[in-house]
Structure formats: structure tokens, C-alpha cells
Write a protein that binds this ligand. Structure first.
Ligand code: ADP
Ligand code: 5GP
Length: 180
């Protein structure tokens, strides 16, 4: 089946790689998640995420709107079911960019999917990227780095590992895996 799940620690460059895939490979369909976190400067509702409040998110969970959902660093994130099922049924190459708990849920519900882990070149480089992005407070960076240690330890659960040293090369490798 054409479903690929991309995971990896916060700051590794998942969003950057997904943006490159969208730009260079319009044939790949990228799921737009729902989240309760606030948009970062430059993010547009409906593009990077659907931004909702906690009440609306809870309602969507209740009515079964999500394929998977999880809490991450104090906010809820979920993958809408309808669009994904439609695109998978149509045979399109589909990409989910989600954290580890969500990836594990997809693995139990859709074990045929391909699971790809995006890894940083080094721990220090991960810290530099997350800090250098400049979008989170020190406290949020600390929570995300705590989670990053847990996510890095789960690398072996994935089918493939891509080291994000160069954005274009990593995006090309991801698309090659998706269409192999
Ligand atoms: P994530 O979505 O995994 O949290 P982002 O895509 O926001 O990560 O990237 C975190 C920071 O790292 C951004 O400032 C981004 O520009 C930078 N970055 C991403 N990929 C690379 C790379 N291959 N080399 C250097 N910097 C990168
Ligand atoms: P960010 O706030 O940096 O955009 O995302 C935080 C984390 O949530 C990242 O690891 C990202 O992959 C993950 N994420 C984004 N969308 C979803 C989703 O729909 N479900 C899950 N489980 N995680 C998501």
C-alpha cells in the first residue's frame, strides 16, 4: 500500500523535508494534521495544520474523526481519517508526518504502511536546529528535547532510517522509498 509514515525528534527537519517533498513531488499527497497548538509565524490554517481549540479536538476524538492522535509537549495532534482513507483507496502515495506514539498506533491499525525515521546527524546538531528555529521558549525546547531522547531510542522500530544532513538529498531519498 502507498502509505508512508515519517517520524523523528522535534527539530530534526521533518517539516522542512515535507515542504521540499510538497514542492518537488506534487504527486505525493501529504496529510494535514489537526492540532491544538498555536500557529507559528508563517504557518497558515489548512496548510501546515488545521488549528483548533481543545474542545473541538476532543469532539473529533469522540466521533472517531482520527486515524491516530497523541499528546506532544502539551498539545494534541491527530490525523484526520476521511481524506487519508480516500487517498489511500485511490492508490496515491500518501505521507503522514507524525510523532512516535501516533506512528505506533498506525502500525497496529495499518501494518502494511512503510515506517521511516528521520535522524539528526548528531545530538548537538539536533539541539542547534531546535534552538536555532527560534519558535519555542526555553521551557518548550526542554520538553521537546526530553521527548527527542525517547524518540531517538525508538529508531530501530522503523523500516528505514534517513539521516537529515542535506535537505534535498533526504527528501529525494524519502520519495524514492515511497515509490519503490
Ligand atoms: P521538525 O519539523 O522536525 O521539528 P523543522 O523542519 O522545523 O523540524 O527544522 C528545524 C530547524 O532545522 C529549522 O530551522 C530548519 O530550517 C533546520 N533544518 C532542517 N533540515 C536541515 C538540514 N538538513 N540542515 C540544516 N538545517 C536544517
Ligand atoms: P510541531 O508542533 O513541531 O509541528 O509538531 C510536534 C510533533 O507532533 C512532531 O513530532 C510532529 O511530527 C508531530 N505531529 C504532527 N502532526 C501529528 C499528528 O497528526 N499526529 C501525531 N501523533 N503527531 C503529529
Amino acid at each position: 500500500m502507498g502509505l508512508t509514515v515519517l517520524s523523528g525528534p522535534s527539530g530534526v527537519g521533518k517539516g522542512t523535508i515535507v515542504a521540499a517533498v510538497r514542492r518537488l513531488h506534487p504527486e505525493v499527497w501529504v496529510s494535514v494534521s489537526v492540532t491544538t497548538r498555536a500557529p507559528r509565524p508563517g504557518e497558515t490554517d489548512g496548510v501546515e495544520y488545521h488549528f483548533v481549540d481543545a474542545e473541538e479536538f476532543a469532539h473529533m476524538v469522540k466521533v472517531g474523526d482520527f486515524v491516530e492522535h497523541a499528546m506532544f509537549a502539551g498539545h494534541a495532534y491527530g490525523t484526520p481519517r476521511g481524506p487519508l482513507e480516500e487517498r489511500v483507496a485511490a492508490g496515491a502515495p500518501c505521507l503522514l508526518e507524525i510523532e512516535l506514539q501516533g506512528a505506533r498506533q498506525v502500525r497496529s491499525s495499518m501494518p502494511q504502511a512503510r515506517f521511516v525515521f528521520l535522524a539528526p546527524p548528531t545530538w548537538d546538531e539536533l539541539v542547534r536546529r531546535l534552538t536555532g528555529r527560534g519558535t519555542e521558549s526555553d521551557e518548550v525546547i526542554r520538553r521537546r528535547l526530553d521527548r527527542a531522547r525517547i524518540e531517538l531510542a525508538a529508531e530501530t522500530e522503523f523500516d528505514e532510517v534517513i539521516v537529515n544532513d542535506d535537505v534535498t538529498a533526504a527528501a529525494a531519498r524519502l520519495v524514492r522509498l515511497m515509490t519503490a
